[in-house]
Design a protein around this ligand. Structure first.
Ligand code: GDP
Ligand code: MN
Length: 408
């Protein structure tokens, strides 16, 4: 009879030694231990049980919510973030005097979502933030609050601008009663949001952003991490409200865009959504855009050659100053031309208000589940001035039950 190389007792001893070495290693490496535990728990929380199919549950996953709650309590948040979060940040452009309006908004996001996720928040300003602003925001944000200054060349007239022509435009728009028509700072703001926020040094480490403005409200719980929704579904641009731009602010934007398309046909993707922004397949712009005071999106999209070429082309024409181009139509036109239709996402679940419009999730069950405090009467989605119905029709999305009742 041949004897095994190691006896049964020997194998048992070896197994015991290996076990104790693993225990000792995990005990002395807290970070590895927590990642190990976290992964294990996450996998279990998501794993379908035998016989269950893996469908996305629109209802909050109670088991997961409970688990996350327990983990948040027992584990260092850094480890939880590292495994649960995507590489994202909130970003807000603000002035020091916006501090209290913004404080209310930040607190709502924290209560509805971020106190669980601890995403960072980047605050940007053309002037230095004062100590009150920094103190209040640091105390409210559960991730890291970062404060950045905007380089003056990104918030001033570029050298090629004819200042007198720009001043004439402002006077004319003032006389015509165009909103912000005579404002210089508003134009710098729109140009900054169009061409620079995504490449500010504080933003460079992130892949996803969520733009938030002072004074906006979030009226429902945010149960799913919207960044993860974007990442998992292959989305690049997310919105809640769409509407039509005042044509007087962008008289030549479409003509300049058409010139760009002619010069750079390679930047227009095949599966684009031109019919969202044009009712005659590109001859004219229908003024539809995603309202940019709320944006969840991919920073790489804005950093892409296609987008940067588009921004530079527009910037060279001087239209930010000779007219009053907003960042919303620019972002939206770029998204409609340079992204696939399937990469644009409508967040029905996120209740949102920015004066004067509300996005209140359609469906009473959903509103109750998400503890919303908005009224369906206020929901802008299905009103005549919104472009959201067009978005649904073009993308083949099924309209939520009861949408017709909210149309006026
Ligand atoms: P509206 O939504 O188009 O009416 O424009 P807002 O006044 O809300 O401005 C849009 C965003 O830019 C907000 O986040 C403002 O806080 C910010 N913003 C506007 N003007 C300035 C400015 O002069 N300086 C700074 N730092 N932020 C500004
Ligand atoms: Mn605003």
């Amino acid at each position: 009879m041949t004897r095994p190389l190691v006896s049964r007792r020997g194998r048992l001893a070896l197994l015991l030694v290996a076990f104790w070495i693993t225990v000792a290693f995990l005990a002395s490496h807290g970070d590895v231990r927590q990642i190990f535990l976290q992964r294990w728990l996450r996998v279990r929380a998501h794993e379908p049980k035998a016989g269950e199919s893996q469908v996305t549950n629109p209802e909050p996953d109670i088991q997961q919510t409970t688990l996350t709650g327990t983990l948040t309590h027992n584990m260092t948040p850094a480890v939880l973030q590292a495994t649960d979060r995507v590489n994202a940040t909130f970003v807000t452009l603000a002035r020091n005097q916006d501090v209290w309006d913004l404080a209310r908004t930040v607190k709502q996001i924290e209560d509805r979502l971020n106190s669980r996720m601890h995403y960072d928040w980047v605050f940007l300003n053309d002037k230095p933030f004062d100590s009150t602003f920094k103190r209040v925001m640091t105390s409210l944000v559960s991730g890291e609050a970062k404060f950045g200054s905007i380089p003056s060349e990104e918030w001033s007239f570029p050298p090629h601008i004819d200042l007198e022509r720009a001043a004439r435009t402002r006077q004319r728009m003032k006389d015509q009663g165009v909103i912000y028509g005579d404002s210089v700072s508003y134009r710098h703001m729109c140009r900054y949001q169009s061409g620079f926020f995504f490449r500010h040094p504080l933003m460079m480490q992130y892949e996803w952003y969520w733009r938030v403005e002072p004074g906006v409200e979030f009226m429902c719980d945010i149960r799913e991490d919207p960044f993860r929704v974007m990442a998992d579904k292959g989305k690049k641009c997310g919105f809640v409200i769409s509407l039509r731009e005042y044509p007087t602010t962008i008289p030549s934007l479409w003509e300049k865009t058409r010139k760009f398309i002619k010069e750079h046909p390679e930047h227009v993707v095949k599966e684009n959504m031109i019919d969202f922004i044009s009712d005659d397949h590109g001859v004219s712009y229908n003024n539809c855009h995603f309202w940019s005071n709320f944006e969840i999106g991919s920073l790489s999209f804005f950093r892409s050659k296609a987008y940067i070429d588009y921004f530079n082309h527009l910037d060279n024409t001087g239209g930010f100053f000779y007219e009053r181009w907003g960042d919303a139509p620019i972002h939206s036109i770029a998204a409609a031309l340079m992204l696939k239709k399937s990469e644009i996402h409508f967040f029905n679940d996120i209740g949102y208000y920015h004066v004067p419009f509300t996005h209140c999730p359609t469906g009473n069950k959903l509103k109750t589940d998400l503890r919303c405090y908005c009224s369906e009467k206020k929901n802008f989605d299905w009103k005549g001035y919104s472009c959201t119905e067009k978005f649904f029709d073009l993308t083949g999305l099924e309209k939520p039950e009861g949408y017709e009742l909210e149309s006026n």
